[in-house]
Design a protein around this ligand. Structure first.
Ligand code: SAM
Length: 285
């Protein structure tokens, strides 16, 4: 292993692991996990299965949220004594809605080399398939579990021009979608569930459609939800045709009602919108 900064200290490798499909691990991750002295893992039993699958016999030590600070100090001492350590989480990239940041910060403060080994993350995987045209996004990770706090956070972002990316666990999907709909109103959204696994599903629609879908599912799966900006916040970036098409295909509103709503949202007169809307409605299908 290379020891780039301080020859007596080891290196901390922050290694991304698969979010479902084991073939998504990189060659560099495999080599690193094989060569380090120790692997700090969020759940050692879970990670042992990954290591067994690839015939890796490196020692594991647990590094989980509740003991993060205590463990981080111990691991920094080991790094200072020259051990090379890899940090992994249960799935994806450590530090992304997972433990890792405290150890990384302490190691950096101690002058220890920190080397990221990039790979899967549910965040980038979902974004890569969402086809967002905004080019920007706000990553929120898990929203607060308390309904009031969750709604408050969503309300504070209601005027954002950027899509919101949220992580959600299976049993809270409906709560998230219901709150988003209540606080933000109808929006375009994208639901990526069980990414890279055999039941992977990528579903676009509006929030109310996704809420209905979530209600009809027994197993909601691990999910990433992307909520697009409200129509008002998109008005400057998108052209009118795109907005009209969205209203035609997703809102369930009649031509007349869609024109009324859009005109009021955009501060235009209905007659400015009507002709273009009529042509699009006539060309549906
Ligand atoms: N560190 C991980 C990463 O880089 O994406 C995230 C870990 S966080 C504790 C777990 C959450 O990530 C899940 O509740 C879900 O929101 C999302 N997630 C993880 N794996 C996923 C998958 N295969 N499909 C969809 N979402 C997933």
């Amino acid at each position: 292993m290379t020891r780039p900064e301080n020859s007596r200290c080891g290196t901390l490798y922050v290694v991304a692991t698969p979010i479902g499909n084991l073939e998504d691990i990189t060659l560099r991750a495999l080599r690193t996990l094989k060569e380090v002295d120790l692997i700090a893992a969020e759940d050692t039993r879970h990670s042992q299965k990954l290591l067994n699958h690839f015939g890796i016999h490196t020692r594991l030590i647990s590094y989980y949220r509740e003991k993060e600070t205590e463990r981080a100090h111990e691991l920094v001492l080991r790094l200072q004594e020259g051990e090379n350590i890899a940090l992994i989480s249960d799935a994806g990239t450590p530090g992304i809605s997972d433990p890792g940041a405290i150890l990384v910060r302490l190691a950096r403060q101690a002058g220890i080399a920190v080397v990221p080994i990039p790979g899967p993350s549910a965040l980038t995987t979902a974004l890569s398939a969402a086809g967002l045209t905004e080019g920007t996004f706000i990553f929120l990770g898990f929203l607060p579990s308390q309904k009031g706090q969750r709604q408050k956070l969503l309300a504070s972002l209601a005027d954002s021009e950027h899509p919101l990316v949220v992580y959600e666990s299976p049993n809270r999907m409906e709560g998230l979608l219901a709150d988003a709909l209540a606080v933000l109103g109808e929006r375009r959204a994208f639901w990526a569930r069980e990414l890279t696994k055999s039941y992977e599903e990528l579903q676009g629609g509006n929030l109310s459609e996704l809420l209905t879908l979530a209600g009809s599912r027994r197993n909601k799966g691990e999910s990433v939800v992307i909520i697009c900006p409200g129509i008002k916040n998109q008005a400057e970036g998108d052209n009118l045709e795109e907005l009209l098409l969205w209203y035609r295909d997703h809102s369930g509103l009649s031509l007349k009602d869609a024109c009324r709503k859009l005109a009021s949202d955009l501060g235009l007169s209905r007659s400015q919108i009507y002709q273009q809307a009529l042509e699009l409605w006539q060309h549906k299908d």
